[in-house]
Design a protein around this ligand. Structure first.
Ligand SMILES: Cc1cc2nc3c(=O)[nH]c(=O)nc-3n(C[C@H](O)[C@H](O)[C@H](O)COP(=O)(O)OP(=O)(O)OC[C@H]3O[C@@H](n4cnc5c(N)ncnc54)[C@H](O)[C@@H]3O)c2cc1C
Length: 571
């Protein structure tokens, strides 16, 4: 950053730029981004102008000012670039909005590098979490009348009404969107085919503990207790889900499966069939269906040559259970992502006689400690709310560059471990263009492992390693190698990942509707996640999924879009 930005205070520079920006908007002169009721990233003056001009006319942004009471403008370094970062607020015809501005110095003058705007609330329909309780019922001693429990029973029963929104799935994505919508006064029913809320986590392998830290994983409205461990064990998280649903007064039906859904375009509503635990069916007509059915729900089980001949047990990692069941036995684990490594480690420490991991493709390995790098923003001395806002404010090229830098630094810090793995024949990758694990997750839902000890076991030879390409076929005893030897096994674990959300709903919606949806997950050409928490090709059909932090941040974005449609602010 050159002298003009250093000499001038961050606040004055940001204030002065915002003043000019506000004047340009008021004069109808196209400047930068504005509200579009969708998620878009636009670069370059002509493209920005094309998108902004109609939006400015419609939304009438006004009152741009530095956000009071939030992180003040300050010099930062983002993706290796020095900038002044400022949070600002403004109003539109819809409601109050937030923005994040980054200024860099060009020829001694401050110039906008990135600018992000986001609707915060819909005026007149504010989220009560911001201090305004929408339930005006104060539950005074109403002798002879209904009490809170009566009202809750009626709300959950849906005897004489249908919800406006049906949420499919009650893991974190489903619970968070149900909470956001309920707080906005949108009648929402969340269902899950599992018996208990949280069972999708409970059923995962015994040893599973979260791989990212508790401090970034909080739920909206209800942060985890401060006494909780740095990494949350799966059952502890699952029990929190139940508690959250209860505390947030969510309408949930468990042991209820969505078995069919058809859209009536003319009536702008769905006909959904819900199969309940007692075998009965309930037909409902919600206006919106939100699929929170998980990116890791439908196991991929590849058709492997000879596997049908194997005499031992074959399990997908999602149903691998506990390593203690395989004490003294031999196991082959196919897959070197998170599940493959975790299941392998569990088998080894539980006393399996011999465990060999089979690598199919190059894998990104990063130590658990270094893998927390993308969350460094949450270490800055600013509020959690500001961290969430800043986290969404990077256009893809800058986001990618930041991840390339982190990935390089991580690999240097983990140098010894990575060298050890290479010596053992383990194939490593750093992701597309070296962009690291998070972009891998957002593109394909896996392909990496945060080392919690298993990589060292491979380095030390406690875990065997073979390349899938060296296997000729599976056979009754295990795996027949191309060199003629046989790797004996009692158990084969397929840690081969999961199919995406869209494929998981194809049988419910049919091909025509599913094909209309468009791409789901993975980055689109603008660098936004395709079809996630934004309109899909099928009106009234939405998707939400991802890690806990992603679900927390983007459940708000999705809830506002649905609420706006319920209010007919947008069709
Ligand atoms: C091994 C592993 C480790 C992970 N570790 C982390 C981590 O450390 N940190 C992190 O942030 N993320 C992690 N993730 C990623 C992600 O957080 C989880 O996959 C998480 O479970 C996703 O939550 P979800 O709400 O999207 O869906 P899921 O947990 O997959 O839940 C989907 C729910 O939808 C229900 N459902 C599906 N179809 C229907 C239907 N037709 N009718 C009714 N119900 C239906 C299912 O029963 C299920 O309960 C991990 C994932 C895996 C597989």
């Amino acid at each position: 950053m050159d002298s003009i930005l250093i000499d001038t205070s961050a606040k004055t520079t940001a204030e002065s730029w915002l003043g000019e920006f506000a004047a340009a908007l008021a004069s109808g002169n196209p400047a930068l981004l504005a509200l579009t009721w969708n998620l878009h990233t636009t670069s370059g003056a002509p493209a920005i102008a094309q998108r902004v001009v109609p939006a400015v006319a419609r939304m009438a942004p006004r009152g741009l000012t530095l956000a009071a009471g939030r992180t003040p403008p300050r010099p930062v370094r983002r993706a290796g670039t020095d900038a002044i970062e400022a949070i600002f607020t403004f109003e539109t015809t819809v409601g109050p909005c937030n923005g994040v501005l980054r200024l860099v110095s060009e020829g001694g003058k401050p110039r906008a590098w990135t600018l992000m705007t986001a609707l915060d609330e819909i005026r007149g329909h504010e989220d009560p979490a911001n201090g305004k309780r929408w339930q005006d019922v104060d539950w005074k001693r109403n002798f002879g009348g209904e009490n809170w429990a009566d009202r809750r029973r009626q709300a959950v029963a849906y005897e004489n009404r249908d919800p406006a929104v049906l949420v499919v799935g009650t893991a974190q994505a489903g619970l968070m969107i149900a909470a956001r919508l309920s707080m906005l006064g949108v009648d929402t029913l969340a269902i899950d085919r599992e018996k208990r809320i949280g069972d999708s986590w409970r059923r995962r392998y015994h040893a599973l503990t979260l791989h990212n830290e508790t401090r970034v994983n909080h739920f909206p409205y209800m942060p985890f207790p401060r006494s909780w461990p740095v990494f949350i064990p799966k059952d502890m998280l699952a029990n929190w889900f139940e508690l959250y649903a209860e505390a947030m007064e969510l309408n949930v039906w468990t042991a209820t499966e969505l078995t069919a859904a058809t859209n009536d375009e003319a009536a702008s509503r769905w006909t959904v069939t819900l199969k309940r635990a007692d075998g009965s069916e309930r037909i409902m007509h919600p206006r919106h269906v939100v699929f929170c059915n998980g990116v890791s729900t439908l196991p991929k089980t590849p058709d492997l040559p000879g596997l049908a001949d194997f005499r031992g047990a074959v399990r997908h990692s999602g149903d691998a259970g506990s390593g203690t069941d395989w004490k003294g036995k031999r196991a082959l684990v196919l897959g070197t992502g998170t599940s493959g490594h975790d299941v392998t480690q569990d088998l080894v420490v539980s006393g399996a006689a011999e465990v060999t991991i089979i690598q199919n493709s190059a894998t990104l390995i990063v130590s658990l400690k270094e893998a927390q790098a993308p969350y460094a923003l949450y270490d800055e001395d600013i509020s959690f709310e500001d961290c969430d806002l800043l986290a969404t404010s990077f256009p893809y090229p800058i986001y990618e560059r930041a991840h390339q830098r982190m990935t390089k630094m991580n690999a240097e810090a983990d140098g010894e471990l990575l060298e050890g793995l290479k010596k053992r024949g383990f194939k490593l990758t750093s992701g597309a263009d070296g962009s690291g694990w998070q972009i891998m997750y957002q593109n394909r839902g896996g392909g990496y492992y945060f080392d919690a000890g298993c990589s060292q076991m491979i380095v030390d030879g406690r875990v065997g390693l073979i390349q899938f390409a060296d296997i000729e076929r599976f056979c009754a005893e295990g795996a027949r190698m191309k060199d003629g030897t046989v790797r004996q096994a009692d158990l084969i674990v397929l840690a081969t990942g999961y199919s995406g959300q869209k494929e998981a709903v194809r049988h419910l919606l049919g091909d025509a509707t599913t094909d209309r949806i468009g791409p789901i997950w993975g980055f689109d050409e603008e660098g936004e996640l395709a079809g996630m928490w934004r309109p899909t090709g099928q009106p009234g059909l939405w998707f939400l999924a991802g890690g806990l932090a992603q679900c927390r941040i983007f459940s708000k974005v999705l809830a506002l879009q649905i609420k706006a449609r319920e209010l007919s602010l947008i069709s």
